[in-house]
Design a protein around this ligand. Structure first.
Ligand code: FAD
Length: 304
């Protein structure tokens, strides 16, 4: 069996693998797609000490760093079940194989919920964005829309209003769902327009980048157009935990509940990164959390 088996090959999983391997213990990484979400990222400008890089380049660097250590990388493998038998963890793969480990680190990440309208996929990274902390500065002085009036949408609109020229916030329901204090802050901003009962129907562009979106006014039924350069979709981040339901404690948003050391509700099972309840989903945070969970897993192993 492995001493530490990591499920997920994004920034959190890669950091966990390096920290475990450096302890000289038997380490494996199972990943559906080594690199994770950064593979879908254009430019990364907020990983401290790297002024600017591209997602695929960053992912390749992660893999290269892990490969300088004695780590079994099992790429293109999907984990489907986690069980424990006599104090040993078992991870069942879609291929039918079962891997055993003294400690497991879950780092399966998350995915942004999409609005699923024509143009969204086509213009992803060409005007359609999901992370205001990451991509906000790319729209400096431009017009953007935020889709979603929950806490993350309203926070994004407030954040972006300080960078861009104008923000249109579109909410499907009759009212915003964000905390009142955020709504108050939002309403105090001169360059924000809030439109409720608006269903986004299409992202338009000139073939290379976004230039407008259309939405249906759910009161009048009319189709309307907003000219802009950017669209931030903020309708939720979905943790990749469907396969873990019933095996450990998840929050009501489906995130793995962890303590300050990355320990989950199951002994010997740790978790790190976007898949957990840790606030703020960022690469630099996922990397730190992965390192922390790995040190905690090592502590667990030497005590058991
Ligand atoms: P992920 O990166 O999501 O990695 C999860 C890993 O688990 C992947 O290898 C995946 O294949 C694997 N996996 C999932 N389910 C299974 C399974 N059942 N079995 C096996 N493997 C599985 N952050 C920044 O800090 N700066 C940015 O500029 C930035 N830009 C972004 C742009 C975009 C378009 C997106 C989508 C995200 C961006 N982020 C950015 C966020 C950042 O990518 C994430 O916070 C970070 O990747 C989280 O790392 P993670 O390791 O927790 O999860």
């Amino acid at each position: 069996p492995y001493d530490v088996l990591i499920v997920g090959g994004g920034p959190a999983g890669a950091a966990a693998a390096i920290y475990a391997a450096r302890k000289g213990i038997r380490t494996g990484v199972v990943a559906e797609r080594f690199g994770g979400q950064v593979l879908d990222t254009m430019s990364i400008e907020n990983f401290i000490s790297v002024t600017e890089t591209e997602g695929p380049k960053f992912a390749a660097a992660l893999e290269q760093h892990v490969k300088t250590y004695d780590v079994d990388i099992m790429n293109l493998q999907r984990a489907e079940k986690l069980t424990q038998k006599d104090g040993v963890n078992e991870i069942q793969l879609a291929s039918g194989a079962t891997l055993k480990a003294k400690a497991v680190i879950l780092a399966t990440g998350a995915r942004w919920r999409e609005i699923n309208v024509p143009g969204e996929r086509e213009y992803r990274n060409h005007g359609v964005a999901y992370c205001p902390h990451c991509d906000g500065p790319l729209f400096k002085g431009k017009r953007v829309a935020v889709i979603g009036g929950g806490n993350s949408g309203v926070e994004a609109a407030i954040d972006l209003a300080g960078i861009v020229s104008h923000v249109t916030l579109l909410e499907f329901g009759a009212e915003l769902r964000a905390d009142e204090v955020l709504q108050r802050k939002l309403r105090s901003l001169a360059n924000v327009t809030v439109i409720t009962q608006a269903q986004t129907t299409e992202v338009h562009g000139d073939g290379t980048k976004v230039n407008a979106l259309s939405y249906k006014d759910l009161v009048s039924g009319e189709l309307k157009n907003v000219e802009l350069e950017g669209i931030f979709v903020q309708i939720g981040l979905v943790p990749n935990t469907e396969w873990l339901k019933g095996s450990l404690t998840l929050s009501r948003h489906g995130e793995i509940e962890i303590d300050a050391r990355g320990q989950t509700s199951l002994a010997g099972v740790f978790a790190a990164g976007d898949v957990t309840t840790v606030p703020y989903k960022q690469i630099v945070i996922a990397v730190g959390e992965g390192a922390k969970a790995s040190l905690a897993a090592f502590d667990y192993i030497i005590r058991s």
